[in-house]
Write a protein that binds this ligand. Structure first.
Ligand code: SF4
Ligand code: SF4
Length: 340
């Protein structure tokens, strides 16, 4: 449903509120096609294009018509209620040509890790029962028809991308056809030669989550004994980085209260990343715990974040805080309890 909202009525000639996903985005989910996957804001939209999608032939004209409907309403200041408060909405002159350059590939759930915080851990049957379809033939069709263009972002959700049967071929196809802006979050258990090439050619940003600096803690979190394999993958990806692309491989640490929320573990993780030759460290906080405790974050978590920032600076890392953890700090700032 599209609802008029004064805030989104552009007064500038030729301008309107829209986002890169409405304009030129497509998302492959396991059972559906959408325009976006940004469901973390008030409207919680995924802008669904087609339900019950399992790889059938796609009517591209219909997709572009749906995008045109969004544009028509947005130009009048009528925003889809699923898009309300979305941070991606922007007032500008948009290019309304018929093409896709932002792809989010998230049509499978299979993984080689069993992280205790994973959404699939809540209902493994539901997530593993139905097989995914192949995206590569659709990507090739899009490219051959001139629907898929370079210049946007190609990211992966899932599931663990490297366990997808078509993953190597997909990445190779993108690289051979001059795409860049590839973003992959990986468990790091399986090394991908295609990703290594993408890193070397400065065309992919890869984040590997170890969440720990020791095998014992890794096992508690991931419930598989693959710490050494992950470390080796990180080392091999880091070896591919060039001077210009040295920040393109990152390591992620999700703070999980009661398990790895201590300086000793975090220090070991930072040191292991440094020894592997990385330049980027990313911090996040466990989502389920965060949602339950948002108003009540214990002091030691703030101290841990502060410590990580300072230590990362000393090690000369690019240091990235994911949105949730940034929210934690912003909340704290607002309350003026601690100067951050
Ligand atoms: S929810 Fe946000 S990103 Fe998704 S289509 Fe709406 S405005 Fe775009
Ligand atoms: S690596 Fe990702 S998909 Fe796999 S179990 Fe962990 S959180 Fe889930």
């Amino acid at each position: 449903m599209f609802v008029y909202n004064e805030k989104y009525k552009s007064k500038k000639e030729g301008y309107y509120y829209s986002c890169p996903w409405i304009e030129h985005g497509l998302v492959f989910f396991k059972y559906k096609l959408s325009m976006c996957c940004n469901c973390g804001h008030e409207g919680s939209s995924e802008a669904i294009i087609r339900n019950n999608f399992t790889g059938q032939s796609i009517d591209w004209e219909r997709i572009f018509k749906i995008k045109e409907i969004y544009r028509k309403y947005h130009k009048k200041g009528k925003i889809h209620n699923g898009c309300l408060s979305c941070p991606y909405l922007e007032e500008k002159k948009w290019d309304s040509a018929k093409y896709i350059d932002n792809l989010y590939i998230s049509h499978w759930n299979e993984c080689n890790s069993k992280c205790i915080y994973c959404f699939s851990a809540a209902n493994p049957k539901e997530f593993n029962e139905r097989k995914s379809y192949n995206v590569l033939p659709i990507v090739k069709e899009m490219y051959e028809k001139g629907i898929l263009r370079t210049g946007g972002i190609i990211s992966f959700g899932g599931g663990e991308p490297t366990v997808l049967e078509e993953f190597e071929e997909l990445i190779t196809f993108f690289l051979d056809n001059y795409f860049w802006g590839i973003r992959v979050h990986s468990s790091g258990i399986k090394y991908s030669p295609a990703l290594a090439r993408a890193i070397n050619e400065i065309r992919a940003y890869v984040v590997v989550s170890a969440d720990s600096g020791s095998r014992e803690t890794y096992k508690k979190i991931k419930q598989v004994d693959k710490y050494d394999e992950v470390r080796e993958t990180i080392r091999k990806y880091a070896l591919q980085t060039t001077f210009l692309g040295r920040g393109l491989v990152g390591a992620k640490y999700i703070i999980i209260p009661g398990i790895n929320d201590n300086i000793e573990e975090l220090d070991k993780w930072l040191q292991a990343n440094y020894d592997a030759g990385l330049y980027t460290a990313v911090l996040d906080i466990e989502e389920n715990w965060y949602l339950k405790n948002r108003g009540n974050i214990p002091n030691h978590i703030f101290k841990l974040i502060e410590y990580a920032k300072k230590r990362a600076k000393k090690l000369n890392f690019n240091f990235e805080l994911y949105e949730r953890i940034q929210n934690v700090l912003d909340d704290r700032k607002k309350k003026k309890l601690l100067k951050v």
